[in-house]
Write a protein that binds this ligand. Structure first.
Ligand SMILES: Nc1ncnc2c1ncn2[C@@H]1O[C@H](COP(=O)(O)OP(=O)(O)OP(=O)(O)O)[C@@H](O)[C@H]1O
Ligand SMILES: [Mg+2]
Length: 410
């Protein structure tokens, strides 16, 4: 008997009933779901973890199916996608393959031929296990800020979306287990949370974990914080270690938003991270706490080359000069985020500023942070108006930062 296939079928511009009739109907074929549109398909892929996705469509170049193929490929790069198209003009074919299709079959097709095409696509595709074997683990970025309200959640959400906009596979974890607000900032309903994951029976593996990740329209998959503070204690260090290990195998980037301070779960996250983004604000109390945070990382023997310093609300005219900042912190911040009225507005709307106002100064600054982390060269360092010369990297204290600002490879 043929090995079994669990397939998900997205239908675009064809009669769903006709498509269903064309699918294999033997016991070794399971139709997990038939979906309509990008969002429904991505949700179903994450929920059902199919062996294969079939996108049944007209095959026109302006077809919405190309978006479905692209989104499905981003949501689950290890799952092969077969396009079942009523026609296959050259332009469509090329774009379907570019979007991530593994194979193409003409609709209608006999059940046997379609079954064969599916088996070949699965056999040829590297598959979950095979792909992970030779693949490097993704980077884990811990977004820290010793003080509350400095802009950690703002940074982790915008950084994650920026990375996804560049085609990276990104998981975002809300580790502010008591008062997490990543879901609010991204406009996601808190349907399943890390608490629900902790409560669910059985061993943790990728299939199980992925079912608890909420997909955002940018492509970022989010593990949402518990709904109530009393549920926080259900998430222990052991579970976090397992979560990080599995996520790093399945994403290019795992971004962790943290609560203020060095709590036990924050320390576990630091221990498992490859990079840290330290978020400070431009006032003397926050700078002092940021300094203490940097010193704590030093005590933990964290590699300073992998600590990125972000100064938020850097536009404020608060009478602190560049040399004050350098004197307190011992280094120049890598990225400055100005104060901007649009930021609270985008937080309230649940749309990150890099999506809502991509041309704004804060959005561009998050783009520069993304450049730094991805190791691309950053040609312009924006001076901050309130801090005369803060963008000038000529002082010795700035030497470490300057090296990164001009193209460190991660
Ligand atoms: N550069 C900025 N300009 C204007 N408003 C900002 C800026 N940065 C942050 N804010 C606002 O400050 C508030 C706190 O930001 P955020 O939630 O990102 O901080 P946090 O460090 O995650 O806080 P907590 O420690 O409570 O988790 C948000 O409401 C946000 O809108
Ligand atoms: Mg926060």
């Amino acid at each position: 008997m043929d090995p079994s296939i669990r397939a998900l079928v997205a239908v675009e511009g064809l009669d769903a009933f006709d498509v269903q009739r064309a699918l294999p109907d033997d016991a070794s074929f399971t139709l997990l779901a038939m979906t309509d549109g990008v969002d429904e398909t991505v949700r179903a892929i994450i929920k059902e973890t199919p062996d294969l996705v079939v996108v049944a469509c007209q095959g026109r170049e302006d077809d919405r199916s190309l978006h479905i193929i692209d989104a499905a490929h981003r949501a689950a790069p290890t799952v092969p996608i077969i396009v079942l198209a009523a026609a296959s003009p050259n332009g469509f074919l090329r774009r379907a393959f570019e979007a991530g299709a593994a194979d193409m079959a003409i609709f209608p097709q006999t059940k046997e031929q379609l079954r064969f095409a599916m088996s070949i696509a699965i056999a040829r595709h590297p598959g979950k296990g095979a792909e992970l074997g030779g693949k490097k683990d993704g980077r884990l970025i811990c977004v820290l800020g010793p003080k509350g309200g400095t802009g950690k959640t703002l940074t982790s959400t915008n950084l994650s979306v920026c990375l996804a906009q560049r085609g990276e596979r990104v998981a975002l974890i809300d580790l502010d287990l008591q008062f997490g607000d990543v879901a609010l900032c991204l406009g996601l309903p808190p349907e399943k949370t890390v608490y629900d994951l902790a409560q669910s029976p059985g061993a943790l593996d990728w299939d199980k974990l992925s079912a608890f990740m909420a997909p955002h329209s940018s492509g970022v998959h989010t593990l949402i914080a518990p709904r109530r503070p009393d549920q926080a204690s259900a998430v222990g260090a052991e579970l976090l270690r397992e979560i990080y290990s599995i996520l790093r195998q399945n994403y290019d980037w795992v971004v962790v938003d943290t609560p203020p301070g060095f709590t036990a779960e924050v320390i576990t996250s630091i221990d498992h991270s490859t990079d840290i983004v330290m978020v400070g604000m431009l006032d003397s109390l926050s700078l002092k706490n940021t300094k203490l945070g940097l010193e704590t990382l030093e005590l933990m023997k964290y590699d300073t080359d992998h600590i990125y310093l972000l100064l938020n609300r850097a536009h404020s005219r608060v009478g602190i000069s560049q040399s004050d900042v350098e004197a307190v912190l011992g280094r120049t911040p890598d990225v400055f985020i100005p104060s901007d009225r649009e930021i609270p507005r985008t937080v309230n709307e649940g749309i990150p500023i890099v999506v809502a106002r991509p041309q704004s100064e804060p959005a561009e600054a998050f783009g520069r942070l993304t450049d730094l982390l991805m190791g691309e060269s950053v040609s312009t360092v924006q001076p901050v108006p309130a801090l005369s010369g803060v963008g000038d990297t000529s002082s010795s204290a700035a030497a470490g930062s300057r090296r990164r600002l001009f193209g460190r490879k991660g």
